[in-house]
Design a protein around this ligand. Structure first.
Ligand code: SF4
Length: 388
Protein backbone atom coordinates (compact mmCIF):
# COMPACT_ATOMS: atom_id res chain seq x y z
CA UNK A 1 0.00 0.00 0.00
CA UNK A 2 1.44 3.33 -0.93
CA UNK A 3 0.81 6.70 0.64
CA UNK A 4 -0.66 9.40 -1.55
CA UNK A 5 -2.19 12.79 -0.85
CA UNK A 6 -5.69 11.37 -1.04
CA UNK A 7 -7.57 11.17 2.31
CA UNK A 8 -6.86 7.86 4.00
CA UNK A 9 -10.19 6.32 5.02
CA UNK A 10 -8.47 4.05 7.55
CA UNK A 11 -7.30 7.05 9.58
CA UNK A 12 -10.46 9.17 9.67
CA UNK A 13 -12.62 9.45 12.77
CA UNK A 14 -16.37 9.01 12.30
CA UNK A 15 -16.88 12.77 12.37
CA UNK A 16 -14.23 13.34 9.70
CA UNK A 17 -15.58 10.52 7.55
CA UNK A 18 -19.08 12.00 7.75
CA UNK A 19 -17.71 15.38 6.71
CA UNK A 20 -15.93 13.74 3.79
CA UNK A 21 -19.15 12.15 2.54
CA UNK A 22 -21.31 15.22 3.10
CA UNK A 23 -18.79 17.42 1.29
CA UNK A 24 -18.96 14.97 -1.61
CA UNK A 25 -22.76 15.29 -1.72
CA UNK A 26 -23.35 11.86 -0.16
CA UNK A 27 -25.39 10.78 2.87
CA UNK A 28 -23.51 10.92 6.19
CA UNK A 29 -24.49 7.32 7.09
CA UNK A 30 -21.99 6.13 4.47
CA UNK A 31 -19.35 6.92 7.09
CA UNK A 32 -20.68 4.21 9.43
CA UNK A 33 -20.76 1.71 6.56
CA UNK A 34 -17.16 2.37 5.58
CA UNK A 35 -16.00 2.28 9.20
CA UNK A 36 -17.62 -1.10 9.73
CA UNK A 37 -16.03 -2.52 6.59
CA UNK A 38 -12.54 -1.37 7.53
CA UNK A 39 -12.46 -1.72 11.30
CA UNK A 40 -14.98 -4.48 12.03
CA UNK A 41 -14.65 -6.70 8.97
CA UNK A 42 -11.04 -5.91 8.12
CA UNK A 43 -11.89 -5.07 4.49
CA UNK A 44 -9.53 -2.59 2.83
CA UNK A 45 -10.57 -3.19 -0.78
CA UNK A 46 -13.29 -0.68 -1.68
CA UNK A 47 -14.63 -3.03 -4.37
CA UNK A 48 -15.64 -5.50 -1.64
CA UNK A 49 -17.83 -2.98 0.22
CA UNK A 50 -20.99 -4.37 -1.30
CA UNK A 51 -23.59 -2.30 0.56
CA UNK A 52 -22.19 0.79 -1.15
CA UNK A 53 -23.33 1.48 -4.70
CA UNK A 54 -20.92 0.75 -7.53
CA UNK A 55 -20.90 4.42 -8.56
CA UNK A 56 -19.93 5.56 -5.09
CA UNK A 57 -17.26 2.87 -4.83
CA UNK A 58 -15.73 4.12 -8.10
CA UNK A 59 -15.82 7.68 -6.75
CA UNK A 60 -14.14 6.56 -3.51
CA UNK A 61 -11.44 4.69 -5.41
CA UNK A 62 -10.62 7.81 -7.40
CA UNK A 63 -10.63 10.31 -4.56
CA UNK A 64 -9.55 8.38 -1.44
CA UNK A 65 -7.23 5.61 -0.34
CA UNK A 66 -7.11 2.97 2.36
CA UNK A 67 -3.54 2.69 3.53
CA UNK A 68 -2.19 0.86 6.57
CA UNK A 69 1.35 0.40 7.84
CA UNK A 70 3.18 -2.80 6.94
CA UNK A 71 3.92 -5.64 9.36
CA UNK A 72 7.53 -6.73 8.93
CA UNK A 73 7.82 -9.39 11.60
CA UNK A 74 5.76 -11.32 14.12
CA UNK A 75 7.55 -12.67 17.19
CA UNK A 76 5.72 -15.00 19.52
CA UNK A 77 6.88 -15.36 23.11
CA UNK A 78 6.90 -18.60 25.06
CA UNK A 79 4.22 -17.02 27.27
CA UNK A 80 1.86 -16.50 24.29
CA UNK A 81 2.54 -12.76 23.85
CA UNK A 82 3.21 -11.34 20.40
CA UNK A 83 5.49 -8.55 19.32
CA UNK A 84 4.93 -7.16 15.84
CA UNK A 85 7.38 -4.92 14.02
CA UNK A 86 5.48 -2.25 12.10
CA UNK A 87 7.00 -0.23 9.27
CA UNK A 88 5.74 3.35 9.10
CA UNK A 89 5.94 5.88 6.27
CA UNK A 90 8.80 7.88 7.80
CA UNK A 91 11.07 4.86 7.25
CA UNK A 92 11.27 3.81 10.91
CA UNK A 93 10.00 0.58 12.38
CA UNK A 94 7.97 0.67 15.58
CA UNK A 95 6.80 -2.13 17.83
CA UNK A 96 3.49 -3.19 19.32
CA UNK A 97 2.87 -5.96 21.80
CA UNK A 98 -0.13 -8.17 22.51
CA UNK A 99 -0.33 -9.70 25.98
CA UNK A 100 -2.95 -12.40 26.51
CA UNK A 101 -4.11 -12.94 30.08
CA UNK A 102 -6.96 -14.89 31.54
CA UNK A 103 -10.14 -13.03 30.61
CA UNK A 104 -8.51 -10.30 28.57
CA UNK A 105 -6.02 -9.46 25.83
CA UNK A 106 -4.12 -6.20 26.02
CA UNK A 107 -2.56 -4.50 23.02
CA UNK A 108 0.19 -2.01 23.77
CA UNK A 109 0.54 0.36 20.83
CA UNK A 110 3.07 2.98 19.80
CA UNK A 111 2.34 6.63 19.06
CA UNK A 112 5.73 7.88 17.86
CA UNK A 113 8.79 6.47 16.10
CA UNK A 114 11.27 6.89 18.93
CA UNK A 115 10.75 9.39 21.69
CA UNK A 116 12.17 12.81 22.44
CA UNK A 117 11.91 12.51 26.22
CA UNK A 118 14.76 10.15 27.08
CA UNK A 119 13.65 8.68 30.38
CA UNK A 120 16.74 6.95 31.72
CA UNK A 121 15.08 3.54 32.28
CA UNK A 122 13.52 3.27 28.82
CA UNK A 123 15.04 1.67 25.74
CA UNK A 124 12.80 3.65 23.37
CA UNK A 125 14.23 6.92 24.65
CA UNK A 126 17.73 5.75 23.74
CA UNK A 127 16.71 5.46 20.07
CA UNK A 128 16.26 9.20 19.65
CA UNK A 129 13.24 10.50 17.78
CA UNK A 130 12.05 10.29 14.21
CA UNK A 131 8.38 11.17 13.77
CA UNK A 132 4.85 11.25 15.04
CA UNK A 133 2.77 8.35 13.75
CA UNK A 134 -0.24 9.23 11.62
CA UNK A 135 -3.75 8.27 12.76
CA UNK A 136 -3.74 5.38 10.28
CA UNK A 137 -0.37 4.19 11.61
CA UNK A 138 -1.67 4.23 15.18
CA UNK A 139 -5.04 2.63 14.45
CA UNK A 140 -3.34 0.35 11.91
CA UNK A 141 -1.63 -1.41 14.81
CA UNK A 142 -5.00 -2.39 16.26
CA UNK A 143 -6.27 -3.35 12.79
CA UNK A 144 -3.27 -5.63 12.26
CA UNK A 145 -3.53 -7.19 15.70
CA UNK A 146 -7.17 -8.04 14.99
CA UNK A 147 -6.20 -9.39 11.60
CA UNK A 148 -3.29 -11.50 12.89
CA UNK A 149 -5.34 -12.84 15.79
CA UNK A 150 -8.10 -13.92 13.40
CA UNK A 151 -10.74 -11.53 14.76
CA UNK A 152 -11.86 -10.38 11.29
CA UNK A 153 -12.10 -13.89 9.85
CA UNK A 154 -13.92 -15.39 12.83
CA UNK A 155 -11.06 -17.84 13.46
CA UNK A 156 -10.19 -16.02 16.62
CA UNK A 157 -7.01 -17.01 18.43
CA UNK A 158 -7.55 -14.30 21.04
CA UNK A 159 -9.42 -10.99 21.20
CA UNK A 160 -8.01 -7.53 21.84
CA UNK A 161 -10.13 -6.41 24.80
CA UNK A 162 -7.91 -3.59 26.08
CA UNK A 163 -5.67 -1.04 24.41
CA UNK A 164 -2.92 0.84 26.21
CA UNK A 165 -1.00 3.72 24.62
CA UNK A 166 2.19 2.58 26.32
CA UNK A 167 4.35 1.53 23.41
CA UNK A 168 7.02 3.68 21.81
CA UNK A 169 6.67 7.44 22.21
CA UNK A 170 4.87 9.95 24.41
CA UNK A 171 1.25 9.89 23.19
CA UNK A 172 0.44 13.40 24.35
CA UNK A 173 3.24 14.84 22.21
CA UNK A 174 1.32 13.50 19.20
CA UNK A 175 -1.92 14.87 20.57
CA UNK A 176 -4.22 15.37 17.56
CA UNK A 177 -3.42 12.04 15.91
CA UNK A 178 -3.70 10.13 19.18
CA UNK A 179 -7.07 11.75 19.95
CA UNK A 180 -8.45 10.76 16.53
CA UNK A 181 -7.11 7.23 16.96
CA UNK A 182 -8.74 6.98 20.40
CA UNK A 183 -12.04 8.08 18.87
CA UNK A 184 -11.85 5.26 16.35
CA UNK A 185 -10.82 2.71 19.00
CA UNK A 186 -13.83 3.67 21.15
CA UNK A 187 -16.34 4.20 18.30
CA UNK A 188 -19.20 1.69 18.27
CA UNK A 189 -19.08 1.20 14.51
CA UNK A 190 -15.32 0.62 14.66
CA UNK A 191 -13.65 -1.26 17.55
CA UNK A 192 -16.15 -0.16 20.21
CA UNK A 193 -13.85 -0.49 23.24
CA UNK A 194 -15.13 1.21 26.36
CA UNK A 195 -13.41 4.13 28.07
CA UNK A 196 -12.39 1.80 30.89
CA UNK A 197 -10.55 -0.49 28.48
CA UNK A 198 -8.54 2.19 26.73
CA UNK A 199 -5.65 3.83 28.58
CA UNK A 200 -3.38 6.71 27.68
CA UNK A 201 -0.09 6.54 29.49
CA UNK A 202 1.86 9.77 29.81
CA UNK A 203 5.14 10.85 31.32
CA UNK A 204 3.40 14.05 32.38
CA UNK A 205 2.94 16.55 29.56
CA UNK A 206 0.90 18.87 31.77
CA UNK A 207 -0.58 21.28 29.16
CA UNK A 208 -1.79 18.28 27.14
CA UNK A 209 -3.35 16.59 30.21
CA UNK A 210 -5.12 19.90 30.88
CA UNK A 211 -6.66 19.74 27.37
CA UNK A 212 -7.49 16.05 27.44
CA UNK A 213 -10.99 16.31 28.88
CA UNK A 214 -12.17 18.25 25.82
CA UNK A 215 -11.27 15.35 23.53
CA UNK A 216 -11.64 12.03 25.33
CA UNK A 217 -12.69 10.26 28.51
CA UNK A 218 -10.24 7.39 28.20
CA UNK A 219 -8.48 6.06 31.29
CA UNK A 220 -5.19 7.55 32.38
CA UNK A 221 -1.87 6.12 33.56
CA UNK A 222 0.90 8.35 34.82
CA UNK A 223 4.55 7.36 34.57
CA UNK A 224 5.71 8.72 37.90
CA UNK A 225 8.68 6.55 38.90
CA UNK A 226 9.88 8.77 41.75
CA UNK A 227 8.32 10.35 44.84
CA UNK A 228 10.12 13.71 44.69
CA UNK A 229 11.22 16.25 42.10
CA UNK A 230 14.93 15.82 42.65
CA UNK A 231 14.93 12.11 41.86
CA UNK A 232 12.23 12.35 39.18
CA UNK A 233 14.14 15.03 37.33
CA UNK A 234 17.19 12.77 37.35
CA UNK A 235 15.43 9.82 35.78
CA UNK A 236 12.75 11.69 33.77
CA UNK A 237 14.03 14.94 32.29
CA UNK A 238 10.47 16.09 31.55
CA UNK A 239 10.04 16.67 35.28
CA UNK A 240 12.28 19.74 35.04
CA UNK A 241 9.65 21.33 32.85
CA UNK A 242 6.53 19.97 34.56
CA UNK A 243 7.30 19.18 38.21
CA UNK A 244 5.28 16.77 40.31
CA UNK A 245 2.98 19.35 41.95
CA UNK A 246 1.83 20.63 38.53
CA UNK A 247 1.40 17.09 37.30
CA UNK A 248 -0.74 16.14 40.31
CA UNK A 249 -2.93 19.22 39.84
CA UNK A 250 -3.43 18.42 36.17
CA UNK A 251 -4.23 14.73 36.74
CA UNK A 252 -6.76 15.58 39.45
CA UNK A 253 -8.43 18.00 37.02
CA UNK A 254 -8.77 15.34 34.34
CA UNK A 255 -10.08 12.71 36.74
CA UNK A 256 -12.63 15.20 38.14
CA UNK A 257 -13.93 15.80 34.61
CA UNK A 258 -14.91 12.14 34.12
CA UNK A 259 -18.54 11.18 34.59
CA UNK A 260 -17.73 7.98 36.48
CA UNK A 261 -15.55 7.14 39.44
CA UNK A 262 -12.30 6.06 37.86
CA UNK A 263 -8.85 6.51 39.28
CA UNK A 264 -5.55 6.87 37.43
CA UNK A 265 -2.89 4.20 37.56
CA UNK A 266 0.44 5.42 38.87
CA UNK A 267 3.23 3.55 37.11
CA UNK A 268 6.41 3.15 39.15
CA UNK A 269 9.37 1.40 37.54
CA UNK A 270 11.52 0.09 40.37
CA UNK A 271 15.27 0.40 39.69
CA UNK A 272 17.67 -1.22 42.15
CA UNK A 273 19.53 1.32 44.23
CA UNK A 274 17.85 4.27 42.51
CA UNK A 275 14.21 4.53 43.59
CA UNK A 276 13.45 1.26 45.40
CA UNK A 277 14.33 2.18 48.98
CA UNK A 278 11.71 1.85 51.73
CA UNK A 279 11.85 5.62 52.25
CA UNK A 280 10.86 6.12 48.61
CA UNK A 281 7.77 4.00 49.26
CA UNK A 282 6.91 6.04 52.36
CA UNK A 283 7.38 9.30 50.45
CA UNK A 284 5.25 7.99 47.61
CA UNK A 285 2.48 7.11 50.05
CA UNK A 286 2.51 10.67 51.37
CA UNK A 287 2.71 12.25 47.91
CA UNK A 288 -0.33 10.38 46.62
CA UNK A 289 -2.49 10.93 49.71
CA UNK A 290 -4.75 13.38 47.92
CA UNK A 291 -4.93 11.58 44.61
CA UNK A 292 -7.14 8.47 44.69
CA UNK A 293 -5.22 6.04 42.49
CA UNK A 294 -3.94 2.53 41.96
CA UNK A 295 -0.21 1.90 41.97
CA UNK A 296 1.47 -0.43 39.52
CA UNK A 297 5.03 -1.39 40.40
CA UNK A 298 7.14 -2.43 37.42
CA UNK A 299 10.43 -4.15 38.22
CA UNK A 300 12.98 -2.68 35.81
CA UNK A 301 13.50 -4.78 32.68
CA UNK A 302 17.17 -4.68 31.64
CA UNK A 303 18.26 -3.71 28.13
CA UNK A 304 21.59 -2.99 26.47
CA UNK A 305 22.72 0.66 26.85
CA UNK A 306 21.63 0.68 30.47
CA UNK A 307 23.38 -0.63 33.54
CA UNK A 308 20.32 -0.24 35.75
CA UNK A 309 19.36 -3.39 37.60
CA UNK A 310 16.12 -5.02 38.59
CA UNK A 311 15.44 -4.85 42.34
CA UNK A 312 15.45 -7.97 44.45
CA UNK A 313 12.17 -9.72 45.19
CA UNK A 314 12.46 -8.66 48.83
CA UNK A 315 12.81 -4.96 47.88
CA UNK A 316 9.73 -5.21 45.70
CA UNK A 317 7.81 -6.98 48.42
CA UNK A 318 8.83 -4.44 51.11
CA UNK A 319 7.96 -1.52 48.84
CA UNK A 320 4.58 -3.03 48.07
CA UNK A 321 3.79 -3.72 51.71
CA UNK A 322 4.53 -0.15 52.77
CA UNK A 323 2.13 1.19 50.14
CA UNK A 324 -0.52 -1.40 50.96
CA UNK A 325 -0.31 -0.60 54.66
CA UNK A 326 -0.85 3.04 53.73
CA UNK A 327 -4.12 1.97 52.09
CA UNK A 328 -3.24 1.78 48.40
CA UNK A 329 -4.20 -0.89 45.91
CA UNK A 330 -0.87 -2.07 44.56
CA UNK A 331 -0.09 -4.47 41.76
CA UNK A 332 3.32 -5.70 40.68
CA UNK A 333 3.54 -6.07 36.92
CA UNK A 334 4.57 -9.54 35.94
CA UNK A 335 7.31 -9.50 33.36
CA UNK A 336 5.94 -10.76 30.08
CA UNK A 337 7.53 -11.38 26.71
CA UNK A 338 11.09 -10.48 27.73
CA UNK A 339 12.31 -13.43 25.63
CA UNK A 340 11.28 -11.40 22.55
CA UNK A 341 12.45 -8.01 23.90
CA UNK A 342 8.87 -6.86 24.44
CA UNK A 343 8.72 -6.35 28.19
CA UNK A 344 7.83 -2.97 29.60
CA UNK A 345 10.52 -0.39 28.75
CA UNK A 346 12.31 -2.66 26.26
CA UNK A 347 10.69 -1.57 22.97
CA UNK A 348 13.23 -0.22 20.51
CA UNK A 349 12.03 -0.75 16.93
CA UNK A 350 14.41 0.66 14.35
CA UNK A 351 14.25 4.42 14.49
CA UNK A 352 15.73 6.66 11.81
CA UNK A 353 16.98 9.00 14.50
CA UNK A 354 16.65 12.70 13.71
CA UNK A 355 18.67 13.57 16.78
CA UNK A 356 22.21 12.42 17.55
CA UNK A 357 21.10 10.72 20.72
CA UNK A 358 21.20 7.06 19.67
CA UNK A 359 24.74 7.29 18.27
CA UNK A 360 25.87 9.20 21.36
CA UNK A 361 24.50 6.50 23.65
CA UNK A 362 26.10 3.74 21.59
CA UNK A 363 29.44 5.54 21.60
CA UNK A 364 29.32 6.06 25.35
CA UNK A 365 28.49 2.42 25.90
CA UNK A 366 31.44 1.37 23.76
CA UNK A 367 33.78 3.79 25.50
CA UNK A 368 32.55 2.66 28.89
CA UNK A 369 33.29 -0.95 28.07
CA UNK A 370 36.60 -0.15 26.38
CA UNK A 371 37.77 1.82 29.37
CA UNK A 372 36.59 -0.79 31.83
CA UNK A 373 34.04 1.71 33.22
CA UNK A 374 30.47 0.57 33.44
CA UNK A 375 27.95 2.62 31.48
CA UNK A 376 25.78 4.75 33.65
CA UNK A 377 22.43 5.86 32.25
CA UNK A 378 22.28 8.82 34.57
CA UNK A 379 25.42 10.23 32.93
CA UNK A 380 23.18 11.25 30.08
CA UNK A 381 20.59 13.17 32.02
CA UNK A 382 22.19 16.54 31.52
CA UNK A 383 22.19 16.03 27.75
CA UNK A 384 18.60 14.83 27.77
CA UNK A 385 17.28 17.59 30.00
CA UNK A 386 18.28 20.24 27.50
CA UNK A 387 15.89 18.83 24.94
CA UNK A 388 12.68 18.78 26.90
S1 SF4 B 1 9.15 6.08 29.08
FE1 SF4 B 1 7.76 6.89 27.52
S2 SF4 B 1 8.13 9.10 27.57
FE2 SF4 B 1 9.90 8.15 28.58
S3 SF4 B 1 11.43 7.85 26.94
FE3 SF4 B 1 10.22 5.96 27.09
S4 SF4 B 1 8.62 6.20 25.54
FE4 SF4 B 1 9.45 8.25 25.96
Amino acid sequence: MTATDKPNLAGLSLEKLRTLFVDAGEKPFRAEQVMKWIHQRGVVDIDLMTDISKDLREKLKLSTQISLPEILQDYKSDDGSHKWIVKVASGSNVEMVFIPESGRGTLCISSQAGCSLDCSFCATGKQGFNSNLTVAEIIGQLWWANSKLGCFSGEMERRVSNVVMMGMGEPLLNFDNVMDALNIIMEDCAYGLSKRKVTISTSGVVPAIDRLKDYTDASLAISLHAPNDELRSQIMPINKKYPIAELMRSVKGYMASLSDKRVPVIEYTMIAGVNDHRQHARDLAVLLRELPCKINLIPFNPFSLSDYRRPSDSSISNFRQILQKAGYTVTVRTTRADDIGAACGQLVGDVEDQTRRSSRYKQRATEGKAGGKSFNSTDNLAIAADRV
